[in-house]
Ligand binder design. Structure first.
Ligand SMILES: Nc1ncnc2c1ncn2[C@@H]1O[C@H](COP(=O)(O)OP(=O)(O)OP(=O)(O)O)[C@@H](O)[C@H]1O
Length: 618
């Protein structure tokens, strides 16, 4: 067997790094500022472990970024550890050999804040520069200042140059296609995007040599929550989203050291009762460097409605550092975040229920979404998910069960939760429920159908029904005596045929005869719970689409209403038809279903009747 070593030809690897490794050209700045940050952090670490004689004045440690439009150059200057000639040879001339990684291995725990890892980032500068110069002076005494220069090919030059202060200056000679990066505002925006919370002060200089400070080196997510006030959190929210005028409702501070390191703050903004899953509201950082706003895999979909940041050195990034790999540790991080959010909601509910109830309207959609999509969250959320009744009271599921278990059961002995999705539209049905002292819940979210479906599967003893899905006494078995039909079977058959033949085609309703009480209305329009719910599940809460809406309605004919007898006894078919149409129109009207031509005919007829009545009086 032969043991050989695969070799890489720099002629080939160079264009790959330059063109294909990074999806976005703009990240060159993040890479170079990260290197400058690492250089200064390393200096501080060496001071800490007493491997350096020099006394470092922290106030002087900084990174400067200057643009020289005249020379087409960008300069990234730091006063970190610098590099000796040997180090440039090792870390720069050898692609994919990371000085950062080597440093982390050597200084272990002390070096956890170091950003670099792969030994490639520096070469991203060739995506925007036709030539790059490094001028670097190591902290090591008696080393000389090195000037390294390369024009984007594997060839480079390296010479000793005029002595400089400790640190490194990278000079990028921007190529024709990348001139946008010579614009002050473009660079300012990039620095704000990637470097806003980096741990070493960064300054951007204008042509007039005016400097502005870019970053907050000590963001509050790194601090211990016990030292932070509500004001600190709200101020930080504004720092993250300067354009948002609305305050955050509350937040969860994430802070864990074992089995992985993760810090961050997730804010609950006010969310309307709409499914508007906006991605990109939570930002992922690694060691205070912005990575991405695509957190799919780390943050479950339902929490992408939140805002804030997550910072973890344990999220495995891909080489371009603009994305991460999904693996078990990411899955564990995701589980931790779900648990933390559930715990936060639970403790808020327990500590100050009134306040929690006040916020409910703005947070319930997140909780509902979490309950239907994430098993772990569903189990916990049962403790703090609350149901609002039309009387403005809130109950948990268990409280509600307790309250209605004796009065609201169906024929299968399940506890029935009546609900309305629209107090106005379902007014008459709600009134019927109120007459019988039943509780009616308001469930008006686009996710209601999904949620109640899931709740019924988990809690076998409950059933949800919308108030207009049948006659109230069919929905809840009130154990009262049942009504017998005043009509014979033959009469019923005739009535049904007549209604079907003469009136219903237009509406596509299905007709069902029921023995209701004499005081119930002659007709009732319902959509059975199951049919409507399945429809809502498939359309994610959007109202049943117009053109096939009627198909789902059922027209309940009350065989015991006096009108039915009258219709059957009426010999003239035209009058018969008119009687039914009139009663039907009232029913349609009260259900918001009398529209267009039919509505106009109905109104005209009513006005005509009124006019005739008035004439007879005058
Ligand atoms: N400004 C600097 N000061 C001191 N050393 C530097 C500087 N810039 C780069 N280096 C050295 O060059 C090495 C290679 O840098 P490069 O950006 O290519 O990779 P990295 O930072 O190690 O890893 P990554 O690809 O993850 O960024 C660094 O590890 C560091 O040792």
């Amino acid at each position: 067997m032969e043991n050989n070593k695969i070799s890489v030809t720099s002629d080939n690897i160079f264009p790959i790094i330059k063109r294909f490794l990074y999806s976005d050209q703009e990240i060159f700045l993040r890479e170079l500022v990260s290197n400058a940050t690492d250089a200064i952090l390393k200096l501080k670490i060496l001071e800490k472990v007493k491997e350096i004689d020099e006394v470092i004045n922290d106030n002087l440690l900084k990174i400067k970024i200057k643009i020289n439009k005249k020379n087409n150059t960008i300069h990234i200057i730091d006063n970190g550890i610098g590099m000796t000639k040997e180090e440039v040879e090792k870390y720069i001339n050898k692609i994919a050999f990371s000085g950062a990684e080597e440093f982390i291995q050597k200084y272990q725990d002390n070096a956890s804040s170091i950003i670099g890892h792969f030994g490639l980032g520096f070469y991203s500068s060739f995506m925007v520069a036709k030539k790059v110069i490094i001028i670097t002076q190591s902290y090591i005494k008696n080393s000389y200042t090195v000037l390294w220069s390369c024009e984007g090919t594997p060839k480079f030059s390296m010479v000793e140059t005029e002595k400089r202060e400790r640190g490194t200056e990278i000079i990028l000679f921007i190529n024709e296609d990348s001139k946008e990066f010579l614009e002050y505002n473009r660079i300012l925006k990039l620095l704000h995007k990637y470097c806003k919370f980096m741990p070493i002060p960064i300054f951007l200089f204008s042509e007039e040599e005016k400097e502005i400070r870019i970053n907050n080196i000590d963001p509050i997510w790194k601090k211990n929550p016990i030292h932070l006030s509500d004001k600190d959190y709200l101020n930080f929210y504004h720092e993250l989203y300067p354009k948002h005028l609305e305050e955050a409702l509350f937040w969860a501070h994430l802070n864990i050291d074992h089995p992985f390191h993760l810090t961050g703050i997730l804010y609950f903004p006010k969310i309307e009762n709409k499914m508007n899953v906006q991605k990109g509201r939570i930002h992922l950082y690694k060691n205070q460097v912005y990575i991405t706003d695509n957190l799919k895999g780390i943050v479950p979909d339902f929490l992408s409605l939140l805002k804030g940041i997550i910072d973890s050195p344990d999220i495995p990034l891909n080489v371009s550092r603009s994305n991460f790999q999904l693996n078990t540790s990411v899955k564990n991080i995701s589980k931790y975040i779900i648990r933390k959010i559930a715990d936060k909601l639970n403790s808020m509910f327990k500590k100050d229920r009134k306040n929690f109830q006040k916020k409910w309207e703005y947070i319930k959609i997140i909780i509902e979404y979490g309950m239907i999509s994430t098993k772990n969250f569903f189990d916990k959320a049962n403790n703090f998910f609350i149901y609002l009744t039309i009387n403005g009271e809130f109950f948990t599921l268990e409280e509600l069960k307790e309250k209605v278990k004796n009065s609201q059961k169906n024929k299968d002995e399940k506890i029935v939760f009546l609900y309305t999705s629209d107090k106005e539209k379902q007014y008459s049905y709600i009134k019927e429920a109120e007459k019988r002292s039943y509780e009616v819940l308001i469930l008006n979210s686009p996710l209601t159908a999904h949620l109640i479906q899931k709740l019924e599967i988990t809690h076998k003893d409950i059933s949800f029904v919308r108030v207009d899905s049948d006659h109230i006494d069919k929905l809840i078995d009130n154990k009262k005596e049942k009504y017998y039909s005043e009509l014979s079977e033959k009469e019923k058959e005739d009535l049904k045929n007549f209604i079907n033949k003469n009136l219903i085609k237009e509406y596509e309703f299905s007709v069902k005869l029921e023995n209701l009480s004499k005081i119930d209305p002659p007709f009732l329009i319902i959509i059975p719970e199951f049919i409507r719910r399945m429809r809502e599940i498939s359309t994610l809460g959007k109202d049943i689409i117009k053109h096939d809406k009627e198909k789902f309605y059922q027209l309940i004919v009350n065989t015991n209403h006096i009108l039915m007898k009258k219709i059957l006894m009426e010999p003239c078919n035209t009058i018969k038809k008119e009687l039914i149409q009139e009663a039907l129109n009232f029913t349609l009207l009260s259900n918001n279903l009398l529209k267009g031509k039919n509505l106009i005919i109905f109104i005209s007829k009513k006005i005509e009747d009124l006019t005739n009545q008035s004439k007879s009086i005058v």
